[in-house]
Design a protein around this ligand. Structure first.
Ligand code: PLP
Length: 398
């Protein structure tokens, strides 16, 4: 007799973004000249000063267990960063360091949710939100946004989906996959709504450092003391410092929340990697020059990619203001046939690009919106030009 496996475990979907990357990689391995726009991470190396700090940590024997919720030195560096960059006052006891921002999100949801509690977030969404909420026993509630409003939601939209089970909202600015950035006024509107209704805000600020067009990132918790009390701010080293593989994320919140998050972490993973913690201190406190250089390069590529997309027949995009992704609207092509392939969905369109142009993108259905595919510009300008010119050849110019 086959032993039954966990129903909850079986209900968790594999990550579609990773599946497409795997397919593109397999084609590359087979010698095909694939250009991938599916990356979810910076294509730069971790800055040298951070690499050296990691090596120093190994050489000096900083390779043992640390306190489960992170070292006091790194927590101190995070508090200073939050004060300097985000105008947020937190004590080390209000900080947890986790194995990536994703792990902090997981701990946060495990800490605040009871069975059946609802969490609101917007479509298009980052792929892990629904699954993380369900793993924590909550119910995902999705709020449609559209291009005309730069994929952003307001208190009015929140009112439409709020129920008496609403426990939290997830706010992700700058946003993956849309690249949208909320203004201070928009954040104030959402903060007022959350305070009025007594609903937690999980503010995912992983892409904080990547905002363009002279905009600045604001942490919603910095708006006033009331919103700070009910906000869990999530951030990490991955995207800003090109440290995706090092796995360091963190959360800042009221001590009562951080305590429970720390207890959960202490029994599931213990401390995040000691070497990566040591190197992260250098990341946060050392020179920020390479971070600025990365941002400038992303900005250049963003413009090249958006201009090219908007010059091609049948597709379009809004120019994103942050992160390193563009949502390409492919829905005008649905119902047509291109080179013998019927195009009816984002998966069909992604397959068309992979088969006919050897260009890899992520179907929007992975983010809950079939009208789009996501392109990442965490790749060279040369690749962006080459890949999108192949698409232009296939679809034609406007
Ligand atoms: N939040 C968003 C919106 C992301 O895109 C990602 C990573 O892709 C994360 C959180 C998690 O980042 P980390 O690598 O620190 O776990």
């Amino acid at each position: 007799m086959v032993l039954e496996l966990s129903r909850k475990g079986k209900s968790i979907e594999p990550s579609v973004t990773l599946a497409i990357t795997a397919k593109a990689n397999a084609m590359k391995k087979a010698g095909e000249n694939v250009i991938s726009f599916s990356a979810g991470e910076p294509d730069f190396n971790t800055p040298e000063n951070i690499q050296n700090a990691g090596i120093e940590a190994i050489r000096s024997g900083f390779t043992k267990y640390t306190p489960a919720s992170g070292t006091p030195e790194l927590k101190e560096a995070i508090c200073k960063k939050l004060k300097a960059d985000n105008n947020l006052d937190y004590k080390p006891s209000e900080i947890i360091v986790s194995n990536g921002g994703k792990h902090s999100l997981y701990n946060a949801l495990m800490t605040i949710l009871n069975p059946g509690d609802e969490v609101i977030f917007s479509i298009p969404y980052w792929v892990s939100y629904p699954e993380l909420i369900m793993i924590a026993g909550g119910e995902p509630v999705m709020l449609h946004t559209n291009e005309d409003k730069e994929f952003k939601f307001s208190s009015e939209d929140l009112d439409k989906v709020k129920t008496d089970k609403t426990k939290a909202i997830i706010l992700n600015s700058p946003n993956n996959p849309t690249g949208s950035v909320y203004t201070d006024e928009e954040l104030q509107d959402i903060a007022d709504w959350a305070v009025k209704n007594n609903i937690f805000v999980i503010s995912d600020e992983l892409y904080e450092k990547l905002v363009y067009d002279g905009l600045k990132h604001t942490s919603i918790a910095s708006l006033n003391e009331d919103i700070k009390k009910i906000t869990i701010t999530i951030n990490g080293m991955a995207k800003a410092y090109a440290m995706t593989g090092w796995r360091i994320g963190y959360a800042a919140a009221d001590e009562s929340i951080i305590k429970i998050m720390s207890n959960i972490q202490s029994h599931t993973t213990s401390n995040p990697n000691s070497i990566a913690q040591y190197a992260s201190i250098e990341g946060l406190t050392g020179s920020q020059d390479s971070i600025m250089a990365m941002k400038e390069e992303f900005d250049k590529r963003r413009k090249i990619m958006a201009d090219l997309i908007n010059s091609i027949k049948g597709i379009s995009c809004v120019v994103p203001k942050g992160a390193f992704y563009i949502m390409l609207n492919s829905s005008q092509l649905y119902g047509s046939e291109i080179e013998g392939m019927k195009i009816e969905s984002s998966i069909d369109f992604a397959n068309l690009l992979l088969e006919k142009c050897k260009v890899a993108v992520v179907p929007g259905v992975a983010f809950g919106d079939d009208k789009y595919v996501r392109l990442s510009y965490a790749t060279s300008a040369e690749n962006i030009n080459e890949g999108l010119n192949r698409v232009k050849k296939l679809l034609g110019s406007k």
